[in-house]
Design a protein around this ligand. Structure first.
Ligand code: G3I
Length: 362
């Protein structure tokens, strides 16, 4: 089935569902990307909130029918997985792994080290020795627990400063505070030592437009990757989060150049958290959806012009559940539309762009 046919079928199904009150599950059924997983060039995945798989049957159906991969939106962050010092809580992560495997999907890990979503107890860390011991213990505990089941980890999430003052300016965190920049090296070496087969990812956002801050951020992330490679630190890929700003054009040349530079270091790229922040786009939903799909197309095209990403993941699947309004509510009060399915699980143009891209690999 072509994706156009899929969209037509979707429209028909949606209309029918509305008219006769047909199963909400049906409205979530797309041209079943999940079932054609073997034939896609690039696996497509989404960030999943574990509790929703049980709470919302439409959500469950949408994830199962569209994805070849999932990533934990929250269940594997340090605050959830080691809420008390030395006590790991793996249930949420284990449930996601079991769900992925039962449905023939891969699962990525997110995230071992971050400045945010940490447990309260990390605030008690007071010396470099203690910081290194806890960082290593956390990574060893988590990576070994999921060894063989998770093959790609966001080892360090968002390491560079929000607005870097220079090209080695890193984001303030408990780890930087006590260990300095070597916390990245410790984290990557520890993860690699536990599972040498892992794809080790450094994950970043706001590196795709021509805005002055984003230009500096590109320079900073590339400098970081170069420094790590020069020291022989194990590293597999740069994750482009891809939280695109709908009103800012993609600097396609700069994105392609960054991907080429990253590849030249012997690293892969992947898209880890794609969505489109639409607080400054048109009110009309249809118009907005077209602008969003176009941004996504520019972004993916610019990456593919230099190299094929190893995966593309969106940060959620439906506008019903998204982090975007936590920070980017629309002034007109209408719902944000950052994701491939709308709040009623109807496919939007963004889904077609992502799925076409993943099917063809370009
Ligand atoms: O689970 C509690 C719930 O019990 C409580 O009632 C509710 C009240 O606020 O909060 C719930 O927890 C929230 C959680 O999301 C689950 O929805 C947290 O407050 C909230 O801070 C948390 O936000 C997450 C955020 O990371 C911080 O961990 C977002 O869902 C998640 O989408 C976001 O994801 C990040 C990536 O990890 C890194 N890149 C950027 C991306 C978007 O901000």
């Amino acid at each position: 089935m072509t994706s156009n046919a899929g969209e037509n079928r979707r429209t028909v199904l949606t209309g029918a569902a509305a008219l006769v009150g047909a199963s909400a599950l049906e409205a979530a059924l797309s041209p079943t990307m999940g079932q054609v997983g073997a034939s896609v060039a690039i696996p497509y995945g989404v960030a999943v909130q574990e509790d929703l798989l049980n709470a919302d049957p439409r959500y469950l159906a949408a994830v199962k029918s569209n994805c070849q991969m999932i990533v934990a939106e929250g269940a594997m962050k340090m605050g959830g997985i080691q809420p008390q010092r030395g006590k790991f809580a793996f249930q949420g992560g284990d449930n996601l792994v079991a769900f992925a495997h039962a449905n023939g999907m891969q699962i990525r890990g997110h995230t071992l080290v971050w400045y945010a979503a940490n447990p309260e107890w990390v605030k008690e860390i007071s010396t470099p020795l203690e910081a290194e011991r806890e960082l290593v213990r956390h990574i060893e505990g988590v990576v070994s627990h999921f060894k063989g089941r998770i093959k790609s980890w966001d080892v360090v999430n968002e390491p560079i400063a929000e607005e870097p003052a220079h090209n080695r300016d890193l984001r303030r965190s408990v780890w930087l505070q006590h260990l300095g920049p070597r916390y990245l090296e410790i984290a990557l070496r520890t993860a690699a030592a536990v599972d040498p087969g892992l794809q080790l990812v450094i994950n970043e956002f706001n590196i795709e437009t021509n805005d002055k801050v984003q230009r500096r951020r590109r320079d900073t992330i590339l400098t970081l990757l170069r420094d790590l490679k020069q020291k022989g630190v194990p590293l597999g890929a740069l994750g482009f989060q891809g939280h695109l700003h709908g009103h800012l054009p993609i600097d396609k040349d700069a994105v392609s150049q960054l991907v080429a530079d990253v590849k030249a270091l012997g690293l892969d790229v992947l898209v880890t958290e794609l969505d489109v922040i639409d607080n400054q786009l048109a009110a009309d939903p249809a118009q907005r959806d077209v602008a969003i799909a176009s941004r996504v197309s520019d972004f993916l095209g610019a990456i593919a012009a230099a190299a094929r990403p190893t995966a593309v993941l969106t940060w959620g699947i439906t506008d019903r559940y998204t982090w975007v309004p936590m920070y980017f509510k629309r002034a007109d009060g209408s719902r944000n539309r950052p994701l491939p399915l709308d709040a009623e699980y109807v496919r939007k143009p963004m889904m077609r762009v992502v799925q076409d891209f993943c099917r063809s690999g370009a």
